[in-house]
Every structure is written in C-alpha cells, then in structure tokens.
Design a protein around this ligand. Structure first.
Ligand code: ATP
Ligand code: MG
Length: 550
C-alpha cells in the first residue's frame, strides 16, 4: 500500500501540508469514471491512489459516475465498474454518486452565472466557435452574441432547456477572456443541447452540462478536498477554480494532476478498447487479452498483484511508458507464493513403460506448494501409460540436452527415472509413441551409480482428463500502439493459441483458482469458456520466467 514512511509522492506531501495548516479536517477524495466502457489498468492507478489516500488519512473516497454525456453511457458499464472496484477490495463512501443527480442544481448554478453576467448564450455554429477561439499563437475574438442582456440570456437558456433548439445550434458559455493565453479560458462552453436519451434521467433533459462545468461543482457538492485527475486536465485547472469562485463556493476543492499510465503493447483508452470489442478483434471487454480489470481477472491476475503494480509505478507528473514486464513481475511474484503446483500436459505424447505391469498403480503424495505445507497435498499415480510434452523428447540431441531422448535417461518429476528405448512414428514421420523403461529403485531419489540431469513433467493417462489451454500474446505487435493514429494496423491476429491436452484428474476436486502447471506457467480456469467448450479450459496467466515479445 502507499506507505506513509517511504517515498511520499507529491500529492501525499500536499495533503500533509494541508492537514498541518488545518485547511481541512478530513480528507475526501473521489474516483469519477464515465460509465462509457469497462475500467482498465490505467483506471486502477487512479482507483489505487484515491482509495489508498482515504485509507491512510482515515478519510473518505466517493465513487462518482461522471455521466454528463448521454450518448455512450450505459447501466451495464455502471455495473461492471462497481464490480471491478469491489474486486480490487475497495469500499466507497455511502452509496455511489452520479453527476446526473446534480442536473437540477447545475442548472440553477448556470442561471446564477447568467444573472451574475459571467455566462451568455451563444449562437455561433460549432465551426465558428472553433474559429473564434483562436490558437496558441492567435488570440481569440469575441462572439457577436457575447453582450446579450441578462433577460435575453435567461429567456434563451430556458428555451434551450425546453427543447426549442437543435443539437449544436446554441450553447451556454462562460464569459471569461477570449484573449487568455490558456485556450480553455476563452469562453468555455458550459451547457450544450443534446436531444439524447440518458440512461439515468431518461428524456427529462435535452441540455447537458460539460465536463468542465459539472466536475468542479460535483466535487464541491460532495465535499471533496483533493480532486485528483490525470495530466491532460492541467489546462482545465484554472477553469475549475474560476467556476467554483464564481458560484461563491466556500473552502472549495482543489485539482491536482498526475501522469496517466501508459503500458507497453497496450492501449488504455476506452474508446479504442471499444473499437476492439466492436470489430470483434477480441471476444468482449473481458477477453483475457484485454487490459481491462475484467480481462485481467479472467487472465488470472489477482487484485493484490494489480495493487502492487500501482504501488511500484508510483505517482508523478512525468509521462512515461511502463514496461509490461513490470505488471507481469507482480503477478508472477504473487502466484509464486500463492498458486498450488500441479502437472498438465499441453502438447501430449504417449509414453509406454515397457517394463511395468499393466495394473501397476503407484500412488505418490505431492505437496501442493513446495514451500508451504499449509496448502496441503494431492495424489498422483504412476502407471504403464503416461503423457509427457512433445517438446521434452528429441531424436537427435547434443551433450547439453537435458530431456528425454533415445537411450537417454531423465527423471519424471516426483517419480522415477525413465529411459527411452524405442519410438513409433506415423505415416508422415511424426513421433506418436515413445517406449521407455523405468528404474524401480529411483522413486524420489537419484540412482547412486550415475547422474541424472533433467527433470520433466508428466501425467498418468488413467488419472488424467482432457483440457484446453488458451495461450496468449499481446494484442499489438508494437510496444507503443497508443501513439499511432491507425492503431488497428498493429493488431497481432495470432494473439491466441488453443491447445488440447491433459490435466491431473484430482485438480477437479480442489478449491484453488490459480495454478502453477509445473514447467509451463501459471493458469486459471475460464469457467465460461469451459462451458462453451464442454471441457475444462484454462487461460495462461503468465510464463514462469520473463519472456520478450519480439
Ligand atoms: P479513457 O480515455 O480510457 O476513456 P478517461 O479519462 O476518459 O479514460 P474516465 O472514466 O473519465 O476515463 O476516468 C476516470 C478517472 O480515471 C479519471 O480521473 C482519469 O483521469 C483516470 N484515468 C483514466 N485513464 C487513466 C490512466 N491511463 N492512468 C491514470 N489514470 C487514468
Ligand atoms: Mg474522461
């Protein structure tokens, strides 16, 4: 967690100072997602920051749906966002909040600003507004509608609310300064017409406040003390303060910005992630290849691995690209301590033990975790027909080769030493069976007269069941797809491989969710896919060791 003692980030330092100066009694943060898509790992950074601050300072953190833009907002996104935050282990203050609940209040504040002569109704077209606004090097110029009388402004605003105008025909703007060096301050739009159905307020409103107008006031209404957002809002900070001052807000919240998370081989924008879903490049928002919290969960990531990742990346004002290997390191670390060990064969090939009786069935008790006895044990069986992985046998090999080969010995994990004697091939020349002998004096120990170097995993045919394994690569072929306009050009269409293999039957009976399949990696059961496939299906979370995606 964000630890008080180590490396306080700049936001914690500000809060410390505010508390010392008695500026606030209680710290109150908020996480304000727009319900227009699923949360991604970038949001996790913001969730972690806001909720951990509330924890550290014994304060509160609100969950507020920033739902002022009716077009893409949906109840199903509200549901998924709540589920994700709960999954991360956080509880928000009271019930969740909604900006749309404040529409009436916001409307009153708008009227107040008109009466105060700091807001006016503009009837320039969208294109004209843009032209009049100017650029970084060209000052803006005043709209011809800027000096309307209060009476006229009030009348038009009312008509706007009552549905007299079409989308884009008219808007309410703050009267600030068209020559400001900060373009955001050049008479920003506060309200616009949108004849759209809103998932919460239905058809009640046809005018909607902009982010700039609603966000600061929502923060103020809820008593937020520190409004933390990502760096792209830096230029909006001045406006945030301006609006709160103009509505006479006392002891109002302050906005602080931190850098967004950018992650290698990943896009972190709901709009672009939605494109992947719509174009069916992935199977949905929770596809295990997606950087969404639902996707990561399905892939086998745990809440603590994600929180640990957020802790490691820290909070700063500098934008940078975080290596995917850091996220992977966090889950690998977590699962290394907490996932039980089982064996699974992903590319099976049959091995017949020729010097073993047909009915021989050696029971071997295996610890679920080599370093943690409390995790219990499970039973495996050694008998005449077993499966090993195809990649663990070679016909031709050199002196460094440590796996099974003709006339070469290898140890079967937890079991005996075997030696390959003969192979059988099909018509195409593929090896389909390996015939071996086993040394019955080597159960769990090495022979005294020779050294056995390699250890491979295996599974008894009799005590196994079939399973599917879904193996993944990043969806993108380049480390920074976010920077590319045409990001769809960089899709890796081979980012999923499905294998048919075997798992130990006893795995069905245990209570664990995540597994280490020895020598293969960490896996999790995909319940939905298992139902569809009518066969137990596993998603590979991560390999045992770091791999480069090249
Ligand atoms: P997106 O571009 O993915 O839609 P957004 O900023 O529009 O992101 P919101 O739902 O408005 O999405 O975000 C809620 C909060 O999460 C905001 O405070 C925002 O700053 C923060 N956030 C979004 N993306 C990131 C990110 N990549 N890193 C850190 N914080 C983020
Ligand atoms: Mg946003």
């Amino acid at each position: 967690m964000l630890n008080n003692k180590i490396n306080k980030n700049f936001i914690l330092k500000i809060i410390d100072k505010d508390l010392k100066n008695k500026k606030y009694k209680k710290i109150h943060t908020r996480f304000p997602p727009e319900p227009n898509g699923f949360l991604h790992i970038g949001h996790a950074k913001s969730i972690y920051l806001n909720f951990e601050i509330a924890k550290i300072y014994n304060g509160k953190c609100n969950l507020r749906f920033d739902d002022t833009n009716p077009l893409n907002e949906k109840k199903k996104y509200v549901t998924s966002i709540k589920k994700n935050i709960k999954w991360m282990g956080y509880k928000w203050n009271k019930k969740s909040f909604y900006s749309s609940k404040y529409f009436k209040k916001l409307n009153k504040y708008a009227i107040y600003l008109i009466k105060k002569k700091v807001a006016y109704i503009d009837q320039l077209s969208k294109k004209e507004i843009k032209e009049y606004r100017g650029t970084l090097i060209k000052k803006g110029k005043n709209s011809p509608y800027r000096n309307r009388s209060t009476k006229e402004n009030l009348k038009l605003f009312k008509e706007m609310k009552n549905g007299k105008f079409k989308d884009g025909e008219i808007c309410l703007r703050a009267k600030i300064n068209m020559k400001s060096s900060n373009i955001t301050m050049r008479d920003p739009v506060l309200y616009r017409v949108k004849h759209s159905f809103h998932y919460k307020t239905k058809n009640k409103w046809c005018i909607y406040p902009t982010y700039d107008f609603s966000h600061c006031i929502s923060d103020f209404i809820e008593g937020i003390t520190h409004s933390l957002c990502s760096l792209e809002f830096l230029n909006n900070k001045e406006l945030y303060k301006w609006i709160l001052k103009k509505i006479n807000a006392k002891n109002y919240p302050k906005q602080y910005e931190f850098s967004r998370l950018n992650l290698e081989y990943t896009i972190l924008s709901k709009r672009k992630l939605k494109t992947l879903v719509k174009k069916k490049i992935v199977q949905g928002w929770n596809d295990p290849r997606m950087p969404t919290l639902s996707g990561l969960k399905k892939r086998g990531y745990t809440p603590s691995s994600i929180k640990n990742f957020c802790k490691k990346i820290g909070i700063s004002k500098k934008n940078n690209l975080i290596e995917l290997s850091l996220l992977e390191h966090c889950i690998r670390n977590d699962l290394n301590s907490n996932a039980p060990r089982f064996m699974a064969i992903i590319n099976p090939i049959k091995v017949i033990i020729i010097n073993m009786k047909k009915n021989y069935n050696k029971k071997i008790i295996v610890q679920n975790h080599p370093k943690n006895k409390n995790m219990g044990t499970h039973k495996i069986y050694f008998n005449k027909i077993i499966y090993i992985d195809k990649s663990d046998f070679k016909e031709k090999f050199n002196s460094k080769y440590r796996r099974l080969a003709l006339n070469k010995e290898v140890r079967l994990r937890y079991s005996y030493v075997i030696k390959a004697k003969k192979i059988k091939k099909d018509n195409q020349g593929n090896i389909i069976k390996i015939f071996c002998t086993y040394d019955k004096n080597t159960l769990g120990k090495n022979p005294s007269n020779r050294k056995i170097k390699g250890v491979i995993h295996w599974i008894s045919k009799k005590k196994s069941i079939t399973a599917k394994f879904q193996l993944f690569k990043p969806i993108f072929t380049i480390p920074n797809p976010e920077n590319k306009k045409k990001f769809l050009k960089y899709i890796n269409f081979k980012s999923i491989t499905i294998k048919n293999g075997f798992i130990e039957k006893c795995l069905l009976k245990n209570k664990f969710k995540n597994f280490q399949f020895e020598r293969e990696g960490y896996f999790i059961i995909d319940k939905k896919q298992s139902k569809i496939n009518k066969m137990l299906t596993f998603n590979k979370t991560i390999s045992l060791k770091e791999k480069k995606f090249k």
